[in-house]
Design a protein. Structure first.
Length: 214
C-alpha cells in the first residue's frame, strides 16, 4: 500500500458549469495555481482465490503550487510524507524513519501528481497522457487519462468533476495500477489559490533517518 501511495495526489475546483471532463481539467490547470485540501483514500486490492478483496482506508492533507511543487501528508493509519520541492521528490516513512529521494524530473512523468498538480498546462499533460471525456457516473463528469508510456505501473487515471450552476468542482481521483489495485481519493475543504510560502515545500530529513537516494 505504501508503495502505491507515492504515485498519487491532488484535487481542487474551478469555475465553469456544464463543462466536460477534458474542458474542466483545462480550466483547472489554467486557473488553479495553488491549492490546499483534505483527502480520504480507499485502496482495493484484487481478490485472491477464496478470499474477499482487501480494502484499506487512509486520510490526510495536501498542498500544491503549480508547477512541480506539492506536499502530500498521510496522517492515518500510517504517517507518511511525499514532498516535491521542484527538484527532488522526497518520501518519508515515519514508522521506518526512512527517507527516499529521487530526481523529480525522473519520478513524476505519467503519474496522477503530474496530471493534477505538476504540469504547467494542458499541452504538457498531452505529451504524457491520452486524455478523453469519460461517461458520467455517480453524479460526476469524468475525464480518462491513459499514460502513453507502457513502462510504468499505472494503467489508467480517472478524474471526476461535480458541476453546479456557477462552478465545476474536481471531486475524485480514481487510479488503476498494473497489478489491478484500485485507489479512489475523494477531497474536501479545498482552498483555491491560497497564498503559500516557498518554505511550505521545503523538506529536511529528520535527525537519524536513513536517507536513500535513487
Amino acid at each position: 500500500m505504501k508503495k502505491h501511495l507515492a504515485i498519487i495526489c491532488i484535487a481542487a475546483c474551478a469555475g465553469m458549469a456544464d463543462a466536460g471532463g477534458l474542458e474542466s481539467l483545462e480550466l483547472f490547470v489554467k486557473t488553479v495555481k495553488t491549492g490546499r485540501a483534505d483527502f480520504t483514500q480507499v485502496v482495493t486490492s484484487p481478490a485472491k482465490e477464496g478470499q474477499a478483496p482487501r480494502v484499506k482506508t487512509s486520510s490526510g492533507s495536501f498542498e500544491f503550487s503549480r508547477p512541480n511543487r506539492f506536499k502530500f501528508i498521510y496522517k492515518k493509519p500510517f504517517e507518511q510524507s511525499i514532498v516535491a520541492d521542484g527538484q527532488t521528490l522526497w518520501l518519508y516513512d515515519v514508522d521506518l524513519n526512512q527517507v527516499t529521494a529521487r530526481k523529480q524530473s525522473q519520478a513524476l512523468g505519467s503519474t496522477p501528481a503530474a496530471l493534477i498538480a505538476a504540469a504547467p498546462d494542458l499541452r504538457a499533460l498531452q505529451a504524457d497522457f491520452t486524455l478523453a471525456d469519460a461517461p458520467d457516473k455517480d453524479g460526476l463528469q469524468w475525464l480518462a487519462a491513459t499514460p502513453k508510456s507502457k513502462d510504468g505501473q499505472l494503467q489508467t487515471v480517472r478524474v471526476g468533476f461535480r458541476t453546479g450552476d456557477k462552478s465545476t468542482e474536481l471531486a475524485a481521483l480514481e487510479i488503476l495500477d498494473s497489478f489491478g489495485q484500485r485507489s479512489l481519493l475523494t477531497f474536501s475543504s479545498f482552498e483555491v489559490n491560497p497564498l503559500l510560502s516557498g518554505k511550505t515545500f521545503e523538506f529536511k530529513a529528520p535527525a537519524g533517518a536513513d536517507v536513500i537516494k535513487q
